[in-house]
Write a protein that binds this ligand. Structure first.
Ligand code: IDP
Ligand code: MG
Length: 154
């Protein structure tokens, strides 16, 4: 599986509940590489860009209001099959259905206040990363355990 990059956001509820370290730790321990990281208050126009596929839905305006209410953490992650893997670690959108062991399954109880966001496709990952990060804010480096995380094919 090829290396992919994806966007994760720790939503206002995750930041306010002191879960930043816990959530980043889960991605790090899995073997995903942090290639971008910042705390910011999401401006309204960026929230609208991020969630434009949901425009017109009943929950849209509350979602924008919630996402712009207090700071969030934006995380760019890189790794093999990262897009699908991160969504698996996050768990199902509705915490009533997310598995225990996933972030949403372990820490949330409400479908809007569901702690994390993650991109759902390569196209959306690229688009969403561009909304949150300048290219100068994304980095390349080696994690020291890369050779033992992956079966190396030569
Ligand atoms: P995802 O975050 O798992 O990709 P999406 O369907 O893309 O889920 O929805 C984006 C966000 O909108 C969700 O994470 C959640 O915060 C909110 N949301 C989705 N569906 C509902 C709903 O039925 N009621 C209220 N909020 C919702
Ligand atoms: Mg989504």
């Amino acid at each position: 599986m090829e290396q992919e990059k994806t966007l994760v956001l720790i939503k206002p509820d995750g930041v306010q509940r002191g879960l930043i370290g816990e959530i980043i730790g889960r991605f790090e321990r899995k073997g995903l590489k942090l290639v971008g990281l910042k705390l910011l208050q999401l401006p309204c126009h960026k929230a609208e860009e991020l969630y434009f596929p949901h425009q017109g839905k009943a929950f849209y305006s509350y979602l924008i209001q919630f996402m712009t209410s207090t700071p969030i953490v934006a995380i760019a992650l890189q790794g093999r099959n990262a897009i699908e893997l991160v969504r698996l670690l996050n768990g199902a959108t509705d915490p009533a259905e997310s598995e225990p062991g996933s972030i949403r399954g372990d820490f949330s109880i409400d479908v809007t206040h569901n702690i994390v966001h993650a991109s759902d496709s390569p196209k959306n990952a690229q688009r969403e990363l561009e909304v949150l990060f300048d290219s100068s804010e994304l980095f390349e480096y080696q994690r020291i355990e890369e050779p033992i995380l992956h079966r190396l094919t030569t």
